[in-house]
Design a binder for this molecule. Structure first.
Ligand code: BJ8
Length: 424
C-alpha cells in the first residue's frame, strides 16, 4: 500500500488503533479471497481496491474537497445518490461491516443493537476509518429504530440530514417520499453551493442507472451453470460499488461482465456443474462481512444470488430516464426508490415475491435467510419468508449472526447439515 500516513494524521485518525486493523485485514482477505481458484481476471481491480482500502478512494474524496467539492456519507440504499452527484458532490455508502468497530459502538449504544449500527457508530467515534471522517455531511434515514437513535448520536459529530422513509407504499407515501427528495435537494444545494437543474439531475440519473445496469449484467451471468464467478467475488463487487466513483464502478463491472459472458460461452466456471446453488436473503453484508459466503462456498456450494441491499435490492430497479423536468425526475426517483423492499415496510409482501422470483431465476437449490443479530424487522419477516418458500417446496434455513468469529464453527455445522440435506 502507498503511504497514506500524512492523510490519516490530517484526518485526526487514531493511527495506533488503525494499525491493528491494517495488520489483520490483508490476512483475512487473503485467506477468504485470494485462495479461490480460477477467479476472473476482472477481480484484479477489486483486489487492488481492497489492498488500498483506506487509501486510494479516501485520497480521491479529499482531493475533491480541496477543489471545493463536498462529500456525503450515506447509510442506506433509500438515499438517492443521484441528488448528490447532480450537485457535483460525492456520495459514499458508509455502513460498517467489521467486528473491529463494534466495541467502539458499544461504548454508547445498548449491547443488543445490531452490529451494522454498532460498527458504523464505532468507526466514527474510534476514528479508525477515513471514510467516516471525510464527509461534510452524513445522510441517514428512518428505516429502523436502532438507526434513528444512532443518528442522534452521530449528529453530535457531523452535520446530519435525515430522510424520512414512509412505512407503507400507498400513493400518498410515494408523494411523501417525493417531498423528502425535494427537501434533500435543498439541503444538498445549500451544502455544495450548486443548483441542481433538470440537466444535471438527468445526467446523474443516467450515471447511477449505468452502474445499476452493469451490476445487473454481473448478476445475470450468475444465472448460468457452471456459475462463472463465486458469490464471494460478486458480493465484493457490490460492496465496493457503494463508495467507488460511479462511472468507474460501471466500467469495471461491465469489464467483469464481458469476461463472465465469455466464460459462459466457453462453459468455464468456478464451481462444478453439479454444485449446489444457494440464495442468501436478508440483511445487508457491509464490507468486510464475508462470513456466511465464505462458509457456504468453502463447503463446496455456490452462492448465486443475494436478495439483500448488498445484492439485488441495490440495483434491480432503474430510474425512468424519460422525464425532462425537475418535478418529473423527482417523481421518477421517488417511484424507483419506493420499489425497494426493505423489511421496514408493512406489509412487505413484494419482498417475499422477489425472493420467490429470484429463486426461480437463479435456479437455486436452497435459501439461507439470514439476519444480523438484534435486527427485529428482518428476523420477524423471516416467518413469512419461510412460509412462502415452504409452500413452494423450496428448502430454506434461517440464520441469525453477527460480525464476530465466535459462531463460525457452529454456523459451519448448521450450513453443512443443510447442504447435506439438499444433496439427498
Ligand atoms: S433498505 S436493509 S440498507 S435499512 S440490519 S441497521 S434494518 S437493525 S441495514 Fe438496511 Fe436500508 Fe433496509 Fe437496506 Fe436496522 Fe436491521 Fe441493522 Fe439494518
Amino acid at each position: 500500500m502507498a503511504d497514506y500516513q500524512q492523510m490519516w494524521t490530517d484526518l485526526g485518525m487514531d493511527l495506533e488503533k488503525h494499525d491493528v486493523l491494517c495488520e489483520v485485514l490483508p490476512e483475512a482477505f487473503g485467506g477468504v479471497y485470494l485462495t479461490q481458484q480460477n477467479r476472473p481476471k476482472g477481480m484484479d481491480f477489486y483486489d487492488f481496491v481492497v489492498s488500498e482500502i483506506h487509501g486510494v478512494r479516501p485520497a480521491e474524496m479529499i482531493q475533491h474537497q480541496k477543489e471545493g467539492g463536498k462529500v456525503f456519507g450515506t447509510f442506506c440504499v433509500y438515499v438517492p445518490d443521484e441528488v448528490v452527484f447532480a450537485a457535483g458532490g460525492i456520495a459514499a455508502g458508509l455502513c460498517g461491516g467489521s467486528q473491529f468497530w463494534v466495541s467502539g459502538g458499544e461504548k454508547v449504544l445498548p449491547a443488543n443493537t445490531c452490529p451494522l449500527i454498532k460498527a458504523s457508530v464505532g468507526a466514527r467515534l474510534d476514528k479508525t476509518c477515513p471514510f467516516f471522517l471525510i464527509p461534510d455531511m452524513y445522510v441517514g434515514e428512518t428505516t429502523c429504530d436502532g438507526k434513528k437513535k444512532a443518528w442522534e448520536i452521530l449528529a453530535g459529530e457531523v452535520p446530519f440530514h435525515i430522510i424520512d422513509i414512509p412505512q407503507m407504499k400507498r400513493d400518498r407515501d410515494i408523494a411523501a417520499f417525493e417531498a423528502e427528495i425535494k427537501d434533500f435537494i435543498a439541503v444538498v444545494e445549500k451544502v455544495t453551493g450548486n443548483k441542481i437543474t433538470a440537466e444535471s439531475l438527468g445526467e446523474a440519473i443516467k450515471l447511477i442507472n449505468n452502474k445499476r445496469r452493469a451490476l445487473q449484467r454481473v448478476y445475470n451471468a450468475r444465472k448460468a451453470s457452471p456459475v462463472p464467478i463465486s458469490g464471494k467475488d460478486a458480493l465484493l463487487v457490490t460492496q465496493i460499488n457503494f463508495y467507488d466513483d460511479p462511472a468507474r464502478a460501471a466500467e469495471m463491472a461491465n469489464n467483469l461482465a464481458d469476461e463472465l459472458e465469455q466464460r459462459i460461452n466457453s462453459g468455464s466456471g468456478v464451481f462444478p456443474d453439479n454444485a449446489l446453488r444457494i440464495m442468501i436473503s436478508g440483511t445487508p453484508m457491509a464490507i468486510p462481512n464475508w462470513k456466511l459466503h465464505h462458509i457456504v462456498e468453502s463447503l463446496g456450494a455456490a452462492v448465486v444470488v443475494e436478495e439483500s441491499c448488498t445484492g439485488t435490492r441495490y440495483f434491480e430497479n432503474l430510474v425512468d430516464e424519460s422525464a425532462t423536468t425537475l418535478d418529473g425526475q423527482i417523481r421518477a426517483l421517488a417511484e424507483r426508490y419506493m420499489k425497494t423492499n426493505c423489511a421496514c415496510f408493512t406489509p412487505n409482501t413484494a419482498r417475499i415475491d422477489d425472493i420467490v422470483r429470484l429463486a426461480d431465476e437463479y435456479k437455486v437449490d436452497g435459501i439461507i435467510d439470514t439476519n444480523l443479530q438484534f435486527c427485529n424487522i428482518y428476523s420477524t419477516e423471516s416467518y413469512q419468508v419461510k412460509q412462502a418458500l415452504t409452500e413452494r417446496n423450496q428448502p430454506i434455513m434461517h440464520i441469525e449472526t453477527d460480525y464476530s468469529e465466535q459462531d463460525f464453527e457452529q454456523l459451519r455445522t448448521r450450513v453443512e447439515a443443510f447442504l447435506e440435506m439438499l444433496r439427498k
